[in-house]
Design a protein around this ligand. Structure first.
Ligand code: HEC
Length: 211
């Protein structure tokens, strides 16, 4: 049998913990005034059917990065003369919304409402006079490109993946024509329009399932 002082100590502990838990919930709600952390992770549109820039995607799952990846539409060799020098190319950081990540991990498919964000930064070199002596680092953000899987798109298009671009500072974007973006993605992305082959975090899951 527990003695009275111990029992009251335990009771106090439980009450305090309960208090803390309520406090954390309250804090969460205060930090997320829309009260919809989970909804905010899916695509959101305005009345004209344009996509709103996904908010808080830096807290999503980071699936991979590359530096200066360039691509060409056809089999023609890339024109190396017109390519920007390395220091003017971009860092690409890619994120996926957590509900889609969880589903992909389970089933290997991207569910409706999948959002992929390509966050682009200009690569910069140190000036040689200050701390940085070698290498490139992300400088100014140039754009945020977004791919959304939605077979009931508000803009009326029947294509189930839509692609958008938000030049730095913009908050809404119209979907591109399929010719501009969709076609290359469907032809060359390794899983359902997505370039999973370049995202180690996702690619690992695909390879583990294939074993
Ligand atoms: C010629 C091929 C090609 C075209 C055209 C193309 N992309 Fe991509 N896209 C890629 C490749 C390759 C990647 C792999 C990752 C990267 O670029 O960092 C990619 C990645 C992406 C991603 C990250 C998610 C994913 O699907 O892998 C988004 C978002 C994206 N592109 C948006 C666009 C938009 C918007 C357009 C049209 C304006 C477009 N893309 C046109 C080849 C293409």
């Amino acid at each position: 049998m527990i003695g009275r002082p111990v029992a009251s100590l335990l009771l106090c502990g439980a009450v305090c913990l309960l208090g803390l838990a309520t406090r954390w919930t309250a804090l969460d709600a205060a930090e997320d005034p829309q009260g919809a952390a989970e909804t905010a992770q899916g695509p959101r549109y305005n009345a004209a059917g344009e996509l709103l820039l996904p908010e808080g995607f830096e807290e999503w799952i980071f699936v991979g990065a590359n530096l200066g990846l360039e691509y060409k539409e056809s089999d023609a060799p890339a024109d190396t003369n017109t390519k920007p020098p390395e220091a003017l190319r971009n860092f690409h950081n890619v994120y996926i919304n957590p509900p889609a990540w969880r589903e992909f991990r389970k089933s290997g498919t991207f569910p409706e409402g999948t959002v992929l964000v390509l966050d682009v930064y200009r690569a910069e070199k140190g000036d040689g006079k200050t701390l940085v002596s070698e290498g490139l680092f992300p400088g100014a953000r140039t754009e945020v490109a977004v791919g959304v899987k939605n077979s009931r798109r508000p803009d009326g298009s029947k294509t189930n993946w839509a692609y958008y671009d938000f030049p730095a500072g913009t908050k809404t974007a119209k979907a591109f024509d399929d010719k501009a973006c969709y076609q290359c993605h469907v032809d060359h992305g390794s899983v359902d329009n997505v370039f999973v082959q370049f995202y180690p975090t996702l690619d690992r899951l695909v390879k583990a399932k294939a074993k």
